[in-house]
Design a protein around this ligand. Structure first.
Ligand SMILES: *[C@@H]1O[C@H](CO)[C@@H](O)[C@H](O)[C@H]1NC(C)=O
Ligand SMILES: *[C@@H]1O[C@H](CO)[C@@H](O)[C@H](O)[C@H]1NC(C)=O
Ligand SMILES: *[C@@H]1O[C@H](CO)[C@@H](O)[C@H](O)[C@H]1NC(C)=O
Ligand SMILES: *[C@@H]1O[C@H](CO)[C@@H](O)[C@H](O)[C@H]1NC(C)=O
Ligand SMILES: *[C@@H]1O[C@H](CO)[C@@H](O)[C@H](O)[C@H]1NC(C)=O
Length: 387
């Protein structure tokens, strides 16, 4: 890129008119990057089967819309990472620890539901995670290291057809969508007075792992910021105790919980700062900051206009009067058995299960972000190696 700009600058001196049109075009569309693989890190927003392989599989109606069976995704269908994979011409990503019917030829997914950047002092059964960001990066390191061995052996072997070539790692795109569960923990655990320090520490830990990935050879980083957590329907008072006396300003115009979104905004501001700093430390790398918060918030703010029902509505789950029965669970409430099934038309809902988005919403969001309209710098994902 930089070379090309220089070339056009020279052209300006020689052929001023020619320059104007060509240069404008060049800025808008540098060459697509020809990525050889896609490696993803994150939480349930992009888990394509880790938690379901490691612990218990999901049951229907998860997966009902696109896959017609549960496939380890927290949605009725495809996730944003699935649409990204499709957009880049890759097959859907297999979860790194999934042992059945998987291929890693074009990358691997290390994302796991409930993952956090920071270690949490909770077991899996208390909503904690063994698969922190640090562990996901350690898994990537092991994956890269151990698969490389197969190319160093003299004999061809059948295993190499399902793993990336050693030279693919530098030409891969590394995508990130993590932090939401750290913010959730800040909201539920820390007093507000500690949140600034905690959020800084979370972002610092994120930064160290990105630096480590760079050391391991990663060069293109596509980093989603965290979404409007206060707009998750389960956070909204309408799905909690009915008659809370809410202080003025507790909710925004969309019914989202302001102070929770403010925590996400603070995380995002610090995340963006760190991405900008990393960019200047690593001139050989391309780091794109993607404003997922704004993309999701735009959908939520324009739900009806975009063909969706009210954004507080949940397609699958029972969340009333402070009782929460999550999608595909069951419970007895006031002597009555509650087994929440899914809504008639998930494609009209933004929220699938109160926490995760429907395939229809994921599609809408993915469509907005892949062309770079929420990216800094404003490059499409196909061109994201040029930042
Ligand atoms: C986070 O960073 C702190 C120091 O800032 C370090 O002590 C801790 O081990 C890190 N934790 C994780 C999970 O990376
Ligand atoms: C972790 O939780 C245990 C049990 O709840 C508690 O005793 C311990 O002090 C906690 N540790 C930290 C570092 O918060
Ligand atoms: C894999 O890790 C081992 C042990 O840390 C190291 O000696 C070796 O050089 C690594 N191999 C590659 C291909 O990175
Ligand atoms: C809501 O709670 C307040 C205070 O507890 C009470 O005064 C009010 O009557 C309640 N409103 C309804 C509609 O129940
Ligand atoms: C990106 O795509 C969205 C949705 O199709 C469209 O509204 C937007 O104008 C596009 N932006 C750019 C910069 O191409």
């Amino acid at each position: 890129m930089k070379m090309r700009f220089l070339a056009h600058f020279v052209a300006l001196i020689l052929f001023p008119c020619w320059f104007v049109s060509v240069r404008a075009e060049e800025i808008k569309s540098p060459q697509p990057c020809d990525f050889k693989a896609l490696f993803n890190f994150g939480d349930s927003n992009s888990d394509t089967g880790c938690m379901a392989s490691a612990f218990y599989p999901e049951i229907l109606p998860y997966g009902e819309t696109f896959f017609h069976e549960p496939v380890g995704r927290a949605s009725d269908g495809r996730l944003i990472i699935d649409f990204i994979a499709q957009h880049l011409g890759f097959p859907f990503l297999s979860a790194y620890i999934d042992s059945i019917g998987t291929s890693y030829r074009h990358g691997a997914n290390f994302a796991a539901g409930s993952s956090t950047i920071m270690r949490q002092n909770r077991t899996v059964f208390q909503g904690g995670t063994p698969f922190t960001f640090e562990i996901q990066v350690a898994q990537f390191n092991q994956f890269k290291n151990r698969t490389a061995k197969f190319f160093n052996q003299e004999k061809e072997n059948s295993f190499t057809k399902d793993i990336p070539r050693p030279e693919d790692y530098a030409k891969a795109i590394y995508t990130f969508d993590i932090g939401q569960n750290d913010i959730a923990a800040v909201i539920s655990q820390s007093g507000m007075e500690y949140s600034h320090a905690v959020i800084s520490e979370i972002v610092d830990n994120f930064t160290s792992q990105v630096q480590y990935l760079h050391e391991l050879g990663a060069r293109t980083f596509w980093i989603h910021n965290t979404g409007p957590i206060g707009c998750l329907p389960v956070a909204m008072p309408v799905h909690n105790a009915k008659n809370q006396s809410l202080v003025a300003g507790y909710l925004d115009l969309n019914g989202c919980v302001n102070y929770q979104n403010d925590m996400a905004r603070e995380f995002n501001k610090k995340l963006k700062n760190t991405v900008v700093k990393l960019r200047s430390h690593y001139p050989d790398a391309s780091l794109i900051y993607v404003d997922m918060f704004s993309a999701k918030y735009e959908l939520i703010s324009n739900a009806n206009k975009e063909g969706f029902v009210d954004p507080s509505k949940i397609c699958c789950g029972y969340h009333e009067n402070g009782h929460h029965v999550y999608c595909s669970n069951r419970a007895i409430i006031n002597g009555k058995e509650i087994v929440p099934g899914s809504c008639d038309d998930p494609s009209k809902y933004i929220s699938w299960d109160g926490v995760h988005y429907t395939e229809a919403a994921n599609y809408w969001i993915a469509n907005r972000i892949v062309n770079g309209s929420f990216s800094d710098p404003p490059l499409s994902i196909a061109q994201s190696c040029h930042a």
